[in-house]
Design a binder for this molecule. Sequence first.
Ligand code: FAD
Ligand code: PYC
Length: 419
Amino acid sequence: MARPAAYSIWSLVRNALNQHEGWQRVWRQPEPKPVYDIVIIGGGGHGLATAYYLARKHGITNVAVIEKGWLGGGNTGRNTTVVRSNYLYDESSAIYEKSMQLWEGLSQELNYNTMFSQRGVLAIAHNRHGLEEQNRRGGAIRLNGIDSEWLSVAEVKAFCPIINTSPTLRYPICGAMLQRRGGNARHDAVAWGFARGADAAGVDVLQNTEVTAILREGGRAVGIETSRGTIRARRIGIVVAGHSGVLAGMAGFRLPIESYALQALVSEPIKPVLHTVIMSGAVHVYISQSDKGELVMGASRDSYNSYAQRGSFNIIEDQMAAVKELFPIVSRLRMMRMWAGIVDVCPDASPIIGKTPVENLYINCGWGTGGFKATPGSGWAFAHTLATGEPHPINAPFTLERFATGYLVDEHGAAGVAH
Ligand code: FAD
Ligand code: PYC
């Protein structure tokens, strides 16, 4: 049987030569309208998910997502894609587990393969204190109905044969906490899937459009100034991760946020050797294997504030020492690429999702080193907040006011990388 023309080799050659002229775009490239009901600043995963749920769940489609670069070009496309929901406090459990449940149906919901793979996330303990801390954390996680198991050293070795469990290590493995439902997803596919779904519902996704000012009248936000002109809006949501402080500054208030570079690197691709995600907060390394075969590795953030998207070499040196000790087989691998993203860290390592001191202006930020896993849940909750003007119960604990009331949600211990 003849193959349909669209799949023939000639079709590929023709499209390569005519610069894909005939290919249908996955989302439109509209001109900005002068007025929208809701404008979302930031075309990362969180901003795009917010737009998607505004349209699909709340029926609000007169919405624009404003992105200064390309979709997912910020932390969404730079992160190491670890997804899990094993946080300590009830408030965090509610939002991260909501996100996990959305992940579990996301490819079907978006009709777009996010390559979500529940291959398990293993957090290693290296001493008695680490074990006791994991015991307490595991208990709290299970009390919230979320899966968490403890593995002995022998079980860790059986689960991940390439790990070095020798008791003579500088930081020997004493056990590990496993969330089997955790894993990875393909980061840029998440941005593209949400963008395609939002666009199909009527949302304008505006790339290469930088927000340069927040317009206010009588103390209320009424619009934005952009590199493509003025846009007015009934409500505005800021979702710009590491640049949250810059946007808050444009609106005339300050955030309890610090921006840092967080870096990662990948090895040359090799055959499958690692079918899970391993994290060690104590020796500062985490590692997984991408579907391409690269080993994806990261460590702690830089210790000084910066907007430069590159990380410090001393972090890589420590990270490589740790990974070689835990996985000696990587010692002769070549490392291919490194990069960094600018992460927005709150004093309690939890996000801010809600109102700002400026009427009609809302913010979703502070996800720091761990917001990729929250992408669907954060968008879902922020869409509710923007649609109704009030937080949903799952994001109500994550107000800006908590830094005045002292009702902090301290999740430093749950962060995947040291803060
Ligand atoms: P972004 O994807 O950064 O999107 C914000 C967008 O706003 C950007 O595209 C930016 O261009 C745009 N923007 C900024 N200023 C303006 C402006 N003035 N006008 C218009 N647009 C603007 N999290 C995990 O859960 N698991 C992990 O394994 C993980 N690993 C990480 C590894 C690294 C190296 C890094 C850097 C981060 C990691 N994170 C991880 C954190 C995670 O990447 C972020 O929390 C999450 O992706 C934030 O998504 P976002 O959509 O809020 O931000
Ligand atoms: O939050 O799980 C996480 C994480 C892993 C690597 C960076 N962040």
